[in-house]
Design a binder for this molecule. Sequence first.
Ligand code: PLP
Length: 398
Amino acid sequence: TRENRRPGRHFLQIPGPTPVPERILAAMSRQILDHRGLEFGVLGRRVLSGIKGLFKTQSHVIIYPASGSGAWEASLTNTLSPGDKVLMCETGQFAVLWEAMARRLGLETEVIPTDWRIAADANLIEKKLKADTGHKIKAVCVVHNETSTGCLTRLDEVRKALDAAKHPALLMVDAISSLGAADLRHDEWGIDVTVAGSQKGMMMPPGLSFTAISAKAIEASKAAQLRKSYFAWDEMLALNATGYFPYTPATGLLYGLAEAIDLINDEGLENVFARHQRLAEATRRAVQAWGLEIQCRDPKYYSPAVTTVVVPEGHNADAYRKIVLDNFNMSLGTGLNKIAGKAFRIAHLGDTNELTVLGALTGVEMGFELAGIPHKKGGVAAAMSYIAETANAVKAAA
Ligand code: PLP
């Protein structure tokens, strides 16, 4: 409302949805078009072909008018049958939710637990698969970037685990918060189903999800007996072949998607990943300088998209977040499930740059002061030093 307007811009530093660049907002601000007409076919073909590059795949990517959870459901119902066993790793809250969904759909789940401070451990996956001599496990499901903890699974290692165990299970990956932020190689890593969303690294509003599917997954879908209709791949694949959809597509969002793909390709996919890595490292240096703990306890699994920060015992992370919001107009991510109140999240995901991250870190550091959270000074300064040291201009001048 008028009364509530705050000057300047809101710092939306949550790990999705993330701020949308002006070019994408402008691209979506267009009149509706006939989704069966010729003009739509051009748009449909453009996005269906363009999105493949971001997954590094030659196979098909389905675009659903649904949040990531819709594509999660589609990944399971299109490939599996009632009672099938799936192996999952409880890396954090999003793994918990995917597992709960699998059970509700009638699947049997076997869960590899973690302490929520590392990503999926490929060695443990390999062990489980080797023990499964009867090949009861039909799919291995892992979350690439666990958005709740800030831990990134090494998918290349998970692939090797399946190969080493000579296990035929499908490999399914939740890349909802990693697409457009962390390297993802659907084909090279032999992933069968990769699921992603629009509202994170893709810098778009919420509302679209993506599913890259391998030939093996399509084969599995022919025998899969779990019920589906709206999310069934077969009709989608048939209509997508000419750039159309079996039902009314989210035309406005698809205009935005075309622009988002262009934006990422203009910057260069590898440059996008490098930018995320650099801003993530700057953030971690700040946290370390403050003397606080990063939820991800093994650097091997550090996320380029989000850093989850543990708040010292006796302090409430959500009370702290409220102080930051009230004073500095910045939204930080809340701690989820078993780390609720104990941790908060700083996103460095999507349309971010050096100064947005430094601005965010400044608000974080001042918030500690206001909330009385014990910390050392100098986090922002440490991040600034790292950013300055790694700046291209500085390198060029040296
Ligand atoms: N998986 C991960 C890793 C996520 O980060 C999220 C959302 O934050 C989801 C799944 C659920 O996606 P959505 O909220 O778009 O349905």
